[in-house]
Ligand binder design. Sequence first.
Ligand code: 5AD
Ligand code: SF4
Length: 448
Amino acid sequence: MKLQLKTPQLYIETYGCQMNIADSEIVAGILLTQGYTLSSDVEHADLILINTCSVRDNAEQRVWNRLDFFKGLKRRHRGIMVGVIGCMAERIGDDLAKHEAVDIVAGPDSYRDIPMLLDKAKTEGKGINIELSEVETYSGITPERIQHDQISGFVNIMRGCNNFCTYCIVPYTRGRERSCDPKEVISEVKSFIALNYREITLLGQNVNSYKWIDGDTQTTFPQLVEMVAQVDPTVRIRFTTSHPKDISDALIEVIAKYPNVCKHIHLPVQSGSNSVLERMNRKYTREYYLERVNKIRELIPNCGLSTDIFCGFPGETEADFQDSLRLMEEVGYDLAFMFKYSERPGTYAAKHLSDDIDEKTKTERLMKIINLQNGISKKRNQTDIGKTYEVLVEGFSKKSENDLVGRTQQNKVVVFPNKGFAVGELVNVKIISSSSATLLGEAINDKN
Ligand code: 5AD
Ligand code: SF4
């Protein structure tokens, strides 16, 4: 009888943004070359990695709770190793390393070092590397897709951030901005397509400042989007995040020009008050932002718009807050991610601006923002009734296998009766009713 040696099982849990999902795939790629196999079963993993987010305090609290759970797991199953990676590892590496469950800690630029850190943890004691780099883009590493059954994938096109918004921890956890070689971006896009992915999202903290210089030639973000869009015209292209200060006419024109570049822009406004925007160091005014929105609507009349917005920034008066509400109404976002300010140690705001809006006011303001946006989303969705949208089928609806669910280019969720379409197919769907979160429709493609 042949002796079958079990390969060590790797389980990765990912929190935070889409960039973390892409990073987890890079880490999986690195560890697969070391003989690990990916597993979705935390109970039987040999190595558990938790890829973390520091953007708000509650994101970090969740990680501490998970670490306590892993501590119990390690007591029950001897020999499991646990690593904390990502933004929280970078921010508070030493404190994390003190937790009983933790064997290794690796920041966003230290992933190539994980095998070495694991060796160290097995022999000498906990392994920690939270050194940031000005050049690391994980060039040459083949990411391993964590969920092969998906149709939508993420490609990092740049790392880090140079903007230093005063509330934000990211420039400290992810270091300075650097772009990836467009040849590698294209080859990663092609590898996704070879795995039957039908939608690719290009990722960066501020994709509009993407820049690659090779001798005399320079590739800008609008040029990169064109190159990616031309790889396969049947594959949808998305990107995130665009900083409003840098969203150029050239980019808006490229979105308008290519049918497979999704007609959707995520344009985080953060606040509608000029004095708050200035204290946030956002480098644009409310008027400039609204002018950009007008330009988008002029060149791409059917463009979906979403945003990030938060209340309770230091010194936010009732009048500032009302400016945010008015701006939300003026723009009429299809979708918004809405938050309360959370002071992050080490940022400019934490050092120089007092966190002076009490929790009760923050919560009340957030509720007002959420209620307003629900009403706006509902109205925006009503205007879709009677229109036909291209929908990329993602799977069965949560409620019934008789219905399929997918997204429009504008990133709206559509549910429609299943007439035998497959996951990954593009279907034209006529919208017949809507709520604040979903559109309901009827496929109009011929399916015989
Ligand atoms: N407090 C609350 N929200 C924040 N964000 C970033 N930093 C903070 C903070 N300190 C929000 C912003 C950003 C999104 C990813 O998270 O809206 O766009
Ligand atoms: Fe969280 Fe920001 Fe880090 Fe993404 S980059 S994981 S949102 S802190």
